[in-house]
Design a protein around this ligand. Structure first.
Ligand SMILES: NC(=O)c1ccc[n+]([C@@H]2O[C@H](COP(=O)([O-])OP(=O)(O)OC[C@H]3O[C@@H](n4cnc5c(N)ncnc54)[C@H](O)[C@@H]3O)[C@@H](O)[C@H]2O)c1
Length: 329
């Protein structure tokens, strides 16, 4: 069995590779070639926490695994991460566990890569300005995914916590300076969205985080937060304004994302607003952007197949490059 740390994962697996892996994972998922049971939840009420178990199997890529994500908000009080996560990767020929790796980093990479894949497939080719709403734990991988998909000159970051936006922008600006990308914080969401070609929202907000009028024609939007029925991030009018709306899984998004559930319940639109799953677009079964004037949107809540496929690739590369620590019980 091999232990693979966050640093080792980063060393063997690039964002570009992860983006291609997500396109493959979404296509196989939409073709019904992935087994993804509903996640199991255990309420650990004594600690006011919840343990989540997300498993998936994809025969074609030989990916079999389980991600354990614990949501324990009180951890913050004792200086521990509130959402620790671990990925268990298995050998589908023997059923043995062959690797344990950092699930937090895996989530960041595969989520940045999911939005990166959607941006690559749907954003205008000549996109030059990006906007990121939400400067938390996912923000770095989201910027990386955005920049891997399009040669942006500038990315603007807005967060309800202005200090956090400023700190994240400074760190990211240093990181991307050599690549010729300017990263700066803004004081409002409108300012971040002005002239933005690619917009990603990755917040814990319960209400829409920008006004619909702030989105210019031709923009592409990735909605990454809003993973519970009572959480909204994208203004519902944008779904009406958008020419093409994609999701990674109709079933997952329609049962989990308030971004769609709330306006559908309110009668603003029906689930027919969804053009297709991103995997159907990859497979060429549904058409993507048709002109530079169209607004495109991708809403994701995250599915286990993303973790299983990405973890399988990381393990393969770690073995090839002799990275990680082998151990036996
Ligand atoms: N789709 C997926 O696959 C996927 C994967 C991982 C995380 N997520 C979700 O992404 C979201 C962000 O995750 P994170 O780990 O970065 O969280 P985080 O708590 O580290 O950061 C969230 C940020 O959102 C900001 N925010 C909240 N409300 C806002 C508002 N109205 N306007 C602007 N900023 C606002 C907060 O100030 C905070 O900085 C969460 O909802 C998380 O569940 C989705």
């Amino acid at each position: 069995m091999r232990l693979i740390t966050r640093e080792e994962m980063r060393r063997v697996y690039s964002m570009e590779e992860a983006i291609e892996a997500m396109k493959l994972a979404f296509r196989l998922f939409s073709e019904g070639k992935a087994i993804v049971p509903l996640r199991t939840k255990i309420d650990v009420s004594k600690s006011e926490g919840q343990a989540l178990f997300m498993s998936a199997y994809v025969e074609e890529t030989m990916s079999l695994g389980l991600k354990i994500v614990s949501v324990f908000p009180n951890n913050v009080k004792v200086g521990k991460p509130a959402v620790p996560a671990t990925m268990v990767h298995m050998n589908p020929e023997t059923g043995e566990v062959c690797a344990i790796m950092d699930g937090t980093y895996l989530t960041q990479v595969r989520t940045g890569a999911a939005a990166g894949a959607a941006t690559d497939l749907l954003a205008r080719k000549n996109a030059s300005v990006g906007a990121l709403i939400g400067a938390g734990g996912q923000s770095s991988a989201q910027i990386e995914g955005m920049l891997a998909a399009r040669k942006l000159k500038e990315v603007r970051i807005y967060d309800a916590d202005g200090e956090r936006a400023q700190k994240t922008a400074e760190t990211q600006d240093r990181k991307w300076e050599k690549a010729g990308v300017r990263i700066l914080a803004t004081k409002s969401a409108e300012e971040a969205l002005r002239d933005a070609d690619v917009i990603t929202t990755v917040t814990t907000a319960r209400d829409p985080v920008f006004p619909a009028e702030a989105v210019k024609r031709g923009a592409h939007i990735n909605g990454v937060g809003s993973f519970k029925p009572d959480m909204q991030e994208i203004p519902p009018e944008i779904y009406l304004k958008a020419n093409r709306v994609f999701v990674e899984s109709r079933e997952a998004v329609l049962s989990e994302a308030g971004d769609l559930i709330i306006p559908i319940k309110g009668g603003l639109f029906t689930e027919k607003i969804i053009t297709g799953e991103l995997g159907e677009l990859v497979a060429g079964k549904v058409e993507g952007r048709k002109s530079d004037e169209e607004i495109t949107l991708f809403k994701t809540v995250g599915i286990g197949v993303q973790d299983a496929v990405a973890a399988g690739e990381i393990y393969k590369r770690a073995v090839e490059q002799n990275v990680g620590t082998e151990f036996t019980f």
